[in-house]
Design a protein around this ligand. Sequence first.
Ligand SMILES: Nc1ncnc2c1ncn2[C@@H]1O[C@H](COP(=O)(O)OP(=O)(O)OP(=O)(O)O)[C@@H](O)[C@H]1O
Ligand SMILES: [Mg+2]
Length: 396
Amino acid sequence: MAERRPPELDVDRLIADRRTRIIVCCGSGGVGKTTIAAALGLRAAERGRHVVVLTVDPARRLAQSMGLTSLDNTPRLVPGVRPEQGPAETGNGADSPGTLHAMMLDMKRTFDEIVEAHADPDRAAQILANPFYQSLSSSFAGTQEYMAMEKLGQLRRADEWDLIVVDTPPSRSALDFLDAPQRLSRFLDGKLLRLLTAPAKVGGRAYLRVLNAGFGVVTGVLTKILGTAVLKDVQTFVSALDTMFGGFRERADYTYQLLRAPGTSFLVVAAPEDDALREASYFVERLDAERMPLAGLILNRVQQLPPVHLSAARSLAAAEVLQSLPEEAPRLLTIAALRLHAARTEQAIAQRRTAGQFTAAHPLVPVAEIPAQPEDVHDLDGLRDVGAAFGGGSAN
Ligand SMILES: Nc1ncnc2c1ncn2[C@@H]1O[C@H](COP(=O)(O)OP(=O)(O)OP(=O)(O)O)[C@@H](O)[C@H]1O
Ligand SMILES: [Mg+2]
């Protein structure tokens, strides 16, 4: 079976291109979105760009290595960034060192900030103290995705960086990120909330009268289900939030447009496994349908074919032969090494086959392979090793 080769994704070229202003790393859970986003940010900064990386839930050690110790919603300068050594062939200005800022998304704080920015202080305080708001802002499905989008919009408006790298939340489905803004505004726009808001608009007394008449039945049922206290919370929250409805939708639209604007690129991250690549397939199709700019697929944690030309079958056969000899420690070690070699070789071949299926379905999507590192990536050197594969051609 002839193996079809995908076009190569040159990530270095993407980050060297000054027109690239936003890179969004998306993909299903656990595939390496945060790692890739951080590695990209570091690589771009070391090649002269002024970068901010917005991370979501980074592993603790990785966060620490980037100087992030708490969720504070503010970009922090990452210490230890150094201009790339060696010839600056790409002309990326190794002479003008870039900078890297990183932040961890604090979903609740971002929500609070929107309220503070859009309501007068008394009203803001009232909303922030509202139990319904508190539960919505920290638990509504999709809030994290929405807030990542919101934060992206804020960073872009601040205009302090020339490249923003966005990591996305650990959703079950990569598509959640794109659906979140609509879902949240649908919710805020929803029938129940409109019903509860409508009387409030009429004003105090009329509000009660209307409630007592037509809406009484509905609220009666709701009160039974939710309890008077909860319903009261919802009502006060919604009437206080009323003035902000337009704001939410406007900003969701703004961010959505930002994602489609020239200068934005999506990188879909996937592990070379069936589930992750299926999810990546959906995402690629969805981006296409939304006319959002896909740069390519990052195939992460690819098992490299071992450099020794010894097939899985032959190494297993050799292990069998050794097995029949009298016992001694070096022999056992050799057997273990041969078996490991066989397993790695088989895994590398299986991954290649799986990746080939993706390429067959999406022959035009450029792909960059990032080798599986010997251990978890939790410091700047580890991120540099990951970034070394961005130049393309390192993986065969
Ligand atoms: N190329 C790689 N080689 C080895 N380990 C890797 C590689 N890429 C990522 N990892 C490790 O895989 C784990 C998951 O990575 P990461 O947290 O970046 O995934 P994620 O997609 O952000 O996950 P989530 O969906 O939970 O946010 C981490 O422990 C990370 O160090
Ligand atoms: Mg992550």
